[in-house]
Every structure is written in structure tokens, then in C-alpha cells.
Ligand binder design. Structure first.
Ligand code: UD1
Ligand code: CA
Length: 492
């Protein structure tokens, strides 16, 4: 009994999810960076099912597009089955079965698109327990302190599973039962096909309940087994946004724990949010208030945070990155970013480079050791190795119609408060005088000055602002400053 892979997995995702009160289908609401349905698909795929069917109906095209895209990312394949107008989880499975080969035999696992924490290991253990018990049906159950509106597991005097009763159909006594139906099952496919045909819609919701298959299978002489799991969160489903947040928090705790065990310091897991696909190297420290999202990858020995949000970013080793927001940005080894920096898509900061306070970058490459330390916007630019961009420099990349590029050469120094009007190229080893508005090329070794020369007008204050404190200060300064005598006194 080494082979514990299910022959097929059917994932139910056709329901409307009215309790979410959302225009987005329930199964597409995300936690940990992936829609609920994505988590179910990933578990099915990792459990090694030979066939995966996803049953859809509500907002069919939107859900189908997601299923196709996500199956591709899992390097797998999912068959889409459409549920018809008959409602209920039983009907959904019937429609799912129609998408599977008619001669399929063995074990079909049914999971729910709204139970996101169920793991591939649990699917494997369920399949093994089902095979070992020689059962017709095995249902995954859990005992909850507050069983809410879950279906209740009703056992007979011997303790064997007799049936499942839905909360809405349950009596007071049945509602007092704390063992709940997770909605995850392993079925003998022949029993499932046969008994689904016998399920009616005579219940409080007028739906074809999958749960009714258990009592029918038992009545036909089959064994109905319960696989009780101690980790209750794997059995919990999302019906509303309160449960969405609760499961999102548990998933995040588990993700943080996994990284901490692998050598990452997370100072405050409660305020740190890490999507499931993020990778982090050992001896990296995550400070409070940090969100690492999407396919973000962080190297080793790096410090991230406090208050950093990175989406789909790549960050190297020994980086210092604090109070910043980044998306589709690359930060090289030993670089420093922040505080208050905004790295927009296409930012590539080289090794040991710097993006400092109140700097916004977009589609800009900053070479090794180059620095953009203060109050700058750099868009569509190439700032080469060792260059220094003075405080308040603006890369004017947009003329209202088109965007153009700016190049700043190697070890070139741009003085503060300059505007570099694209397209423009400043060569290697050049200087730009502070306050310049650069519109023409500057060649290697040149100084570019693009501002009016300073004028000074004698007696202007006395003439324009006579009798003011400024005028008085000027007069006092003039009478006391007799430069020759003062400096000779100092030297004695
Ligand atoms: C279901 C179970 C309940 C169990 C709970 C666990 C039934 C009758 N009840 O109730 O015993 O405790 O899950 O979370 O099975 N779906 C379809 N087609 C439909 C209806 C639902 O595909 O016609 C899908 C939904 O998209 C969802 C899943 O089935 O992914 C569960 O549907 P939901 O309406 O949330 O069922 P519950 O009332 O939670
Ligand atoms: Ca549910």
C-alpha cells in the first residue's frame, strides 16, 4: 500500500458564495497571495492525482480563466466541468464525474474550492486511510469548539459514522455535536456514481447534497469511515470575509513559522505578511510591519523593514532596505534603500548602490556603487556605475506625449536640484553644475552649466526696503566688517 495517490481529485468551485457579499466569486478571493481555489488546486496537484477536475458555474468564464492559468503555473493540467442548474454539492460532483473517463475505477477524492489550508499530505493520508479501511466512503472530520454552521457527523451507538446532517436540517441535539464535516472525502468511484443517482433534493435548501451519499452507501452495505484530523484549520472553509481573514492569518502564521525554522529572523510575525511563494535566505532579518508579496525573493544576511512592502521583487544578499515600497524591482547585493523610497517596476539597483530618502524610481538602472541619495525622481534612466545624483534632481522623462531616456555616465556627478530633460546623455566622468536644466549632451570631462549666471546688485536693500530689520542688519554688518583690520587682529 505504498501508492497513496488518489486516482482523481474533484474540486468543487461552482457555488455563488453569497455570504461573501462580493462581485468577485468566493473561490477567487485571495489569501497568502493566491485565490482560495489556487490553494485547493496546488494541494491536489502535490498529492499526485492523475486527473484533476474543477467544477464551476457561478461566473463561469472568470473562474475558468483562472483555473487554466493556474494549472499552467503548476505545470499541470485541470479539466473544467460545468455544473448545470441543479444546485448542491452532490450535483456538482455528478457533473465532475462526467468529465472523468467512464471506465475510471479506484479512489476519487472530493475537495472544496473554499477550504484552502488542506494540505497535500492530508489528501495522501486520507487516501491511505480509505484504502486501509476498505471503505466505500471516508470523510475528513475535525472536532471544533464552536462548530458554527458546518455539517455534523452523526455516529451510531458503536461509534461508526451513520450519516451527515446539514446545520440547516439538524435538530437541537444534532447541532450539539462538535465533530464537523470538512467537505473533503475519498470515495470508491463506483459507489459514488451509483449513490449520487439516488440523492434527492428533499431538504431545507432544496439542493442535492453530496453528504447524503454517506447514509446511502452505508445502507447499501458499504463501510463509511471518518478520518479525524487534529489540525482543525485544514478542515475549515471560507464562507464569509470574517473566515477569510481568520484563515489568512493562520496561513501567514504557518508561512512565517516555516521561514523562521529555515533560519530567517522575523521580529514580529503578527505584523509581518508573507505570501506563500516568497523565498527568503538564511540569516535575513524581517523587521515589523513588512509585507513580502507575490513572487518576491530575498537573499541572505539582508535586513528588510521596518515598514516595507515588496511585490514581485528580487533582493540580493546583505541588503539594507527600510520603509520602502517596491514592485517588480531588483536590488543588488550590499545595496541600501530607504527610508521613504518608492521603487516602481523596472528599477534595477546595482550592487552596493543606494536609493535614499524620498526617491522615486521607475524603469531605471542604477549601476554598481551609484548613488541616488535624496529627494529625486528618476524615470526611464540609466545611471552608470559610481555616478552620484545630487539632492532634488529630477529626470524629466515625459513631455506630455512621449517618454524618453536619460543616460548618466560612469562616475559622473550631477549637482543638486538639476533637471535632466530627456532625451539627453551625460557622458562618463562629467559634472553637472547644481541647479542646471540640462537639455544638451555633456561630453567626458566637461562641466555642464545650464542656468543663468549670478548677478549681485549693490545697495538694493537700502533702496527697496529702507528702515526694515534687514536694512538695519545690512548696515550693521557693513560698519563692523573692515576685512583687513579684522583678519590682521585675528592673526596676532
Ligand atoms: C458543505 C457541506 C457541509 C460541510 C461544509 C464544509 C454539503 C451539502 N454540505 O456546506 O456538510 O460542513 O461544506 O466546508 O455538501 N459548490 C458547488 N456547487 C454547488 C454548491 C456548492 O460547486 O451547487 C461548491 C462551492 O463552490 C464550495 C463548496 O462546494 O466550494 C461548498 O459549498 P458551500 O455552499 O460553501 O457548502 P457549505 O454550506 O459550506
Ligand atoms: Ca462552505
Amino acid at each position: 500500500m505504498n501508492d497513496v495517490r488518489p486516482d482523481a481529485v474533484i474540486i468543487l468551485a461552482a457555488g455563488e458564495g453569497t455570504r461573501m457579499r462580493s462581485t468577485l466569486p468566493k473561490v477567487l478571493h485571495p489569501i497568502g497571495g493566491a485565490p482560495l481555489l489556487g490553494h485547493s488546486m496546488r494541494a491536489a496537484s502535490a498529492a499526485g492525482a492523475s486527473e484533476t477536475v474543477v467544477v464551476i458555474r457561478h461566473q463561469r468564464d472568470r473562474v475558468a480563466a483562472f483555473v487554466e492559468d493556474f494549472a499552467g503555473r503548476l505545470e499541470g493540467h485541470a479539466v473544467i466541468a460545468d455544473q448545470d442548474e441543479v444546485k448542491g454539492t452532490g450535483r456538482a460532483v455528478e457533473c465532475g464525474l462526467q468529465a472523468l473517463p467512464a471506465d475510471l475505477s479506484g479512489t476519487v477524492v472530493v475537495t472544496m474550492g473554499d477550504v484552502p489550508l488542506l494540505s497535500a499530505e492530508t489528501i495522501g493520508e486520507l487516501t491511505r486511510a480509505h484504502a486501509e479501511a476498505g471503505a466505500a466512503v471516508t470523510v475528513v472530520t475535525s472536532v471544533l469548539e464552536d462548530p458554527q454552521s458546518y455539517g455534523r457527523i452523526i455516529r451510531d451507538a458503536k461509534g461508526d459514522v451513520e450519516r451527515i446532517v446539514e446545520f440547516k436540517d439538524a435538530t437541537e441535539d444534532e447541532r450539539a455535536v462538535t465533530e464537523i464535516n470538512s467537505g473533503i472525502y475519498a470515495f470508491d468511484v463506483a459507489v459514488l456514481r451509483r449513490e449520487l443517482a439516488n440523492v434527492t433534493t428533499e431538504n431545507a435548501q432544496g439542493e442535492k447534497y453530496l453528504t447524503d451519499v454517506l447514509a446511502l452507501a452505508r445502507a447499501a452495505g458499504g463501510t463509511v469511515h471518518a478520518h479525524v484530523i487534529p489540525d482543525r484549520w485544514q478542515a475549515e472553509g471560507v464562507n464569509d470575509r470574517v473566515q477569510l481573514a481568520a484563515l489568512g492569518r493562520i496561513l501567514n502564521e504557518r508561512t512565517c513559522e516555516r521561514h523562521m525554522r529555515a533560519g530567517v529572523t522575523i521580529v514580529d510575525p503578527a505584523t509581518t505578511w508573507i505570501d506563500t511563494d516568497v523565498s527568503i535566505g538564511a540569516d535575513t532579518t524581517i523587521q515589523p510591519g513588512t509585507q513580502l508579496l507575490g513572487a518576491t525573493s530575498i537573499g541572505s544576511g539582508t535586513t528588510i523593514g521596518p515598514e516595507v512592502t515588496l511585490t514581485d521583487c528580487w533582493v540580493g544578499d546583505d541588503v539594507h532596505l527600510r520603509r520602502a515600497e517596491g514592485e517588480l524591482a531588483v536590488v543588488g547585493d550590499g545595496a541600501s534603500v530607504g527610508p521613504y523610497s518608492y521603487l516602481r517596476p523596472g528599477t534595477r539597483l546595482g550592487a552596493k548602490g543606494k536609493i535614499g530618502g524620498f526617491v522615486e524610481t521607475k524603469n531605471t538602472t542604477i549601476g554598481e556603487g551609484a548613488k541616488v541619495p535624496h529627494l529625486t525622481y528618476a524615470g526611464d534612466a540609466e545611471i552608470k556605475e559610481g555616478a552620484n545624483i545630487g539632492a532634488g534632481t529630477i529626470f524629466a522623462n515625459y513631455d506630455g506625449a512621449t517618454k524618453s531616456r536619460t543616460v548618466v555616465g560612469r562616475h559622473t556627478f550631477v549637482g543638486s536640484q538639476s533637471v535632466l530633460v530627456a532625451p539627453v546623455e551625460i557622458a562618463d566622468g562629467a559634472y553637472v553644475a547644481a541647479g542646471s536644466a540640462v537639455t544638451d549632451p555633456i561630453e567626458p570631462g566637461q562641466l555642464g552649466i545650464a542656468r543663468a549666471r549670478q548677478r549681485t546688485i549693490d545697495g538694493w536693500v537700502a533702496k527697496r526696503h529702507p528702515g526694515t530689520p534687514t536694512d538695519a542688519a545690512a548696515k550693521a554688518a557693513a560698519s563692523s566688517s573692515s576685512p583687513t583690520t579684522e583678519s590682521s587682529e585675528d592673526q596676532q
